[in-house]
Design a protein around this ligand. Structure first.
Ligand code: AMP
Length: 383
């Protein structure tokens, strides 16, 4: 596996990469100066047409790492789907599509988003209506289109499996296998995953051509700027403690994680009753509700977002100042994903975990597995 040590004295630059002028300009427009570590590793290989397996988390800049070569791979003169990006959730699909749009703003490739949770009719119309060269979607809905014959993938030359471990966790493995069988063998494939369980190695062996294995040395790079603390609290006191912590901040933009829909709904109601402007995001909400909630939070119209894991996976809202683990995350991986919602793109953030008596043991397990220190902290005096 090729690795990249973040403190290695290697000055990577977008200028050194074989990127076309319109994409170079779009990168500059994004305000990006240097490639992130995973980009420094993956861009040269993907731009050369190689298959890549990248171990990278959200927040690492992996979306651009696969989007830039994708844009470069599209032949504007050829009709039909040339590139397909598969991701586990609607939000991630929307985010990836936005990144592709941004990075192709001076030579647009116009991705079509095909995800579940919205009616299929308009998608079928969109598939008929224009030449769709890039499709971004979730496995269930893509397969649905393939089964209906509304989508053809026999011209796909560039395929991305993003958050592959998450897609497997969500039971998408059979769907992904079926979708891949609709694409030609002689395509380029990029797979990104935060972890590399056996099943993913199996997919790589079956579906990829001698890929380059790439990994950023320190998996904590993206969360290095998150200050991680925890508070020992009485479980019945968590809401009051949360309020105290929120009130102690000048202008927090905070995501509060709860384990269940019910728990999130209850906490959201309580916070609103207490006069906070809060949004609620969980898997039971419709797509348009989710979009509205997210837009309000991104724009700062609500300053608190109460969310469950599934809804917040991969969320990329800039300027999130705090992540609160109201309920303990299930495991270390979930912990890292949750706290990665703050301190995006080099900014600073705080991740605070509220640990009740019954959670001490599980939290210790997570804490020990982390390569960084999570500091025990006392509550502000008024608590
Ligand atoms: P991702 O891991 O793809 O979710 O990206 C995390 C965030 O980093 C996104 O907000 C990107 O816009 C941003 N980003 C991606 N590449 C760069 C870069 N080279 N420099 C600065 N920010 C970047």
């Amino acid at each position: 596996m090729e690795t990249y040590a973040p403190n290695e004295a290697r000055e990577a630059s977008f200028m050194d990469l074989p990127i076309s002028e319109p994409v170079r300009k779009a990168v500059a427009k994004q305000g990006w100066e240097t490639p992130t570590p995973i980009q420094a590793l993956a861009l040269p290989a993907l731009l050369e047409g190689e298959d890549v397996v990248g171990m990278a988390q959200t927040g690492s800049g992996k979306t651009a790492a696969f989007s830039i070569p994708l844009i470069e791979a599209i032949d504007p003169k050829v009709r039909g789907v040339q590139a397909l990006v598969l991701l586990p959730t609607r939000e991630l699909a929307a985010q990836a599509a936005r990144e592709i749009e941004n990075l192709s703003r001076y030579a647009p490739v116009r991705p079509l988003v095909l995800t579940g949770g919205v009616s299929i009719g308009p998608q079928i119309k969109a598939l008929k209506g224009r030449s769709n060269q890039v499709v971004v979607g979730t496995p269930g809905r893509i397969l649905d289109h393939l089964n209906r014959g509304t989508l053809r993938l026999n011209g796909v030359r560039y395929l991305v499996l993003d958050e592959a471990d998450r897609m497997l966790d969500m039971g998408f493995a059979p769907d992904v296998g079926r979708i891949l069988s609709h694409t030609p063998d002689e395509r380029q494939t990029a797979l990104f995953s935060a972890t590399m369980p056996k099943e993913i190695r199996g997919i790589v062996e079956r579906h990829m051509h001698s890929p380059r294995w790439l990994k950023v040395e320190s998996e904590t790079t993206t969360v290095d700027t998150v200050e991680q603390v925890y508070y020992r609290v009485d479980a019945r006191d968590k809401t009051r403690v949360l309020r105290t912590l929120l009130d102690a901040e000048e202008k927090p933009l905070a995501i509060v994680f709860r384990r269940t829909k019910h728990g999130a709904t209850k906490l959201h109601r309580q916070l609103e009753r207490d006069g906070y402007r809060a949004g609620l995001l969980h898997g039971g909400k419709s797509q348009s509700q989710r979009d509205k909630t997210l837009a309000a939070f991104s724009k700062g119209r609500t300053s608190i977002l109460v969310a469950t894991n599934v809804a917040a996976r991969g969320l990329d809202v800039p300027n999130v100042s705090h992540v609160f683990n109201y309920d303990l995350p299930e495991d270390m991986e979930t912990y890292v994903h949750r706290i990665g919602r703050t301190a995006r793109a080099g900014k600073e953030g705080v991740a605070a975990t509220l640990v009740g008596d019954a959670e001490v043991r599980d939290f210790e397990k997570i804490r020990r597995a982390l390569p960084v220190e999570v500091r025990k902290t006392d509550l502000p005096v008024s608590a």
